[in-house]
Design a binder for this molecule. Sequence first.
Ligand SMILES: CC(C)(COP(=O)(O)OP(=O)(O)OC[C@H]1O[C@@H](n2cnc3c(N)ncnc32)[C@H](O)[C@@H]1OP(=O)(O)O)[C@@H](O)C(=O)NCCC(=O)NCCS
Length: 394
Amino acid sequence: MQPRSARIEGWGYYAPTRVLTNADLERLVDTSDEWIQTRTGIRERRVAAPWESTATMASVAARRALAVADVDPAEVDMILVATVTSDYQFPSTAALVKEAIGAERAAAMDLAAACSGWVYGLTAAHAYITSGMYRTVLVIGAEALSRVCDFTDRNTCVLFGDGAGAVVLRASEEAGGGLLGFELTVDPNGAYNIWIPAGGNRNPVTAGTVEQRAHFIRMDGRETYKYATRTLARSAVTALGRAGLTTDDIALFVPHQANLRIIESVAKQLGLDMSRVYVNVDRYGNTSAASVPIALSEAIERGRVQPGDRLVFVAFGAGYTSGAAVLEWTADPARAARAAGIGADVSIHPPKDWTGDDPTPPELRPFFAEREGAGVAAETVASGAGGAEAAAAR
Ligand SMILES: CC(C)(COP(=O)(O)OP(=O)(O)OC[C@H]1O[C@@H](n2cnc3c(N)ncnc32)[C@H](O)[C@@H]1OP(=O)(O)O)[C@@H](O)C(=O)NCCC(=O)NCCS
C-alpha cells in the first residue's frame, strides 16, 4: 500500500570537540574577531580531529537519529549523504556510513548540491517514500570543510566549520505531516563563484595545482551574498505557496547557517521576527550540507519544535543551488532522550595501504597541540576508531 506521508521520526547531530576561535584565526591571517563577528556573526567553529572524517561524523549523527526513531539499522532502505567533502572521490561516503552503522540492507549514495544538499536530500527521500519505493530513508548532511579551507586566505577560512546532522524519514499510513511543499533551484551563472578548482577530472592533481593552492575553496563572497539575499526569501515563499501556507504559518524558520547578516536580511524580507528564526552560526560557522540538520536537531533539543509546528528550511550554496522545504512536525521531541547514550566512537575500516597521516591542516595543528598536549598516538589515527577514548584519555 502506498504510504500517505513521509515523516521525520529521528534526528541527531555530531559536532567535533575541537574548537577554532576567531582569536586563533587572528594568529593565522590578517583578520580580527571584531571583523568576523560584525560581517558574519561567527565566533567559533568546530574542526574534525585526526581520526574523524565526513564518514565518521555522518555515522555518529546517523546512529543518534536511528536511536531517536527507535529504528534498527537493518531496517534502513536508503542512505543519502549530502556532502561536498566526501572522504574519497569514490567510494561514496554513504557506502562507508552503511558499514559503520550496520545498515545491512540499505542502498547508499552521496548527493552533491553543496550547502543545499540536505534540503535536496530531504525532498528526494520524500519522493522515494511517498512513491512506495522505500519505507525508511536516512538523510544525512556531513562535512569536513576544514580540510578544504585555505588557512592563508582570510576571505574564506573564517567562514567554514565541520560537523554532521541526520534525520530518519519513514513512511506513515497517517495523512498529513512531513514535507508539505518545496522549491529547488540552480543558477549556473554562479558556478565558479564558490568552487574548488583542482582535484576533479577537469584539473587533476599536479605539483602545479598544489603550488597554486587550487585544491582549496575559492569564493566571490560579495556575489554569493547577493545571490543568497535575493533567492532565499523567494524560494521560501514559493515552497510555502505550494503547501497552501503563508509566512504567518511559520513556527520556526531554520535557515542555512552561512552568515547572520544573510539570515537577518531574509527574515526581514519574509516579515519574520528573529524569535521565530533558529541561529547557531555563531558557534559552528558554515558547515555546508550539515548546517540545516544540525540547526534542526539543536532546535528540537532546546525545546523550539513541537508537534503541529510548520517549519521552513532554506539553504543556498555552490552551483549556485538553493532549496526551500516546508515541513509539518509530527514527532514527540521527548524521544531525543533515546539517543542520550550514543557516543562519538564509530569505526570506519581503513584501506589496506592506510598511512595514518594526520589530515588536520598544518596551519591548525599548533593550536590543538597547544591545547591537547602530546597529541594522538599514530595507531589511534590509523585504526580510524577509538577517537573518543583517545580524547578522553588526554
Ligand atoms: C564573505 C563576506 C563575509 C564578506 O563580507 P562583506 O561585507 O561582503 O565584505 P566585502 O566583500 O565587502 O569585503 C570587505 C573587505 O574586507 C576584507 N576581508 C575579507 N575577509 C576578511 C577577513 N576575514 N578579515 C578582515 N578583512 C577581510 C576584504 O578583503 C575587503 O577588503 P577590500 O575592500 O580592501 O577589498 C560576505 O560577503 C559573505 O558572507 N558572503 C557570502 C559567503 C557565503 O555565504 N559563502 C558560502 C556559501 S554557502
